[in-house]
Design a binder for this molecule. Structure first.
Ligand SMILES: [Zn+2]
Length: 327
């Protein structure tokens, strides 16, 4: 793929960024250039759309966009840091479209310990509105709160890796090839769904705190982490007080009861269902904590239900959840 990466803001003078405990225009470069290296090292083409000086803020913006639009980019990514006293990561897309990679960028950076502020409408942002390619602007965290101190301990490389993983995970064809049949999951999987399983394994580690191999294979340890995800979610949502031990026994089964999650809801059980789908090779279009049940998740649930021979209603109830855990 051909990526245009913009390290946000000029270095100094007109168009330079926010200054707090850290300097935005320094850190956009620290993250952005590491991200460029990662794309290049994996065979992608990168166009550096960074502008170091400009006569005004508007000139900086139009120079960056002109640079991007002169190329036939697949994706334009602009790196920024927020200011104004908040906490956490957020991304901006055209009309706030909940692109899987924008959601996953938030989730991956949040998994490093930042608050997840989600994907927002960036239509008013010049670089989002004016670039021809698909675009995403990332506000990594805040320069003027404890976020900045925490960022310095996490480091720019981990942020760049989190962004890289999200973008590559989603754009390696998972959107079109992600809905692999259950049989394929069990009988040796295509590379695309192997990548989804790997991402799901990492999410299961983040959500449960229990480490397993991130190898893209649905095995007994991955199955145990799938069960841990549901146990952890039931403790958080229903106060079930279960041991998060990865064993599906009568207490876990009773706690699940007739619970279900469906479109429009926000619950940790939705986080668990999203991770379960990924562990079985299906793309739920992002993992949030707590999870938000949107259209991407609904279609993944329906696809799974269809492949697994369950009632296809897009509602994740006990039969679907137990089938996903293979219990
Ligand atoms: Zn900025």
């Amino acid at each position: 793929m051909k990526f245009g990466i913009n390290c946000g803001h000029t270095k100094s003078g007109p168009g330079s960024g926010a200054v707090g405990r850290i300097v935005e225009s320094d850190e956009t470069r620290n993250v952005g250039y590491k991200l460029m290296d990662k794309f290049r090292a994996n065979g992608h083409t990168v166009v550096d759309c960074t502008i170091n000086s400009a006569s005004s803020q508007n000139a900086y913006l139009s120079q960056a966009v002109n640079l991007a639009n002169r190329q036939d980019l697949d994706y334009f990514i602009s790196i920024h840091f927020n200011a104004g006293g908040g906490r956490g990561v957020e991304t901006y897309t055209y009309e706030g479209r909940q692109f899987a990679d924008a959601l996953e960028t938030c989730a991956n950076i949040a998994a490093l310990g930042f608050k997840n502020r989600g994907v927002k409408a960036g239509t008013g942002l010049y670089v989002i509105r004016k670039t021809k390619a698909k675009s995403m602007l990332i506000e990594v965290c805040f320069v003027d709160t404890d976020d900045a101190n925490y960022y310095l301990t996490v480091g720019a490389d981990a942020i760049a890796q989190a962004i890289y993983n999200a973008v590559v995970d989603v754009n390696n064809g998972t959107a079109s090839e992600g809905n692999t049949a259950v049989d394929n999951v069990n009988n040796g999987v295509a590379n695309a769904s192997k990548d989804i399983i790997k991402a799901g394994q990492q999410h299961s580690i983040n959500f449960t705190g229990n480490s397993i191999a991130v190898d893209g294979i649905w095995g007994s340890k991955t199955k145990a982490n799938a069960i841990r995800c549901v146990q952890n979610a039931m403790n958080l949502d229903y106060g079930s007080g279960l041991a998060v031990d990865g064993i599906w026994g009568s207490k876990s089964n009773k706690a699940l009861g007739n619970h279900y999650v469906k479109r429009g809801e926000t619950q940790y059980m939705i986080t668990a269902v999203e991770i379960l789908l990924m562990l079985r090779g299906y793309n739920p279009s992002g993992v949030e904590c707590p999870g938000i049940f949107g259209s991407g998740l609904e279609s993944a649930v329906k696809q799974y239900q269809s492949d697994a021979g369950l009632k296809v209603d897009g509602i994740a109830g006990k039969n679907t959840i137990k089938s996903l855990m293979n219990v």
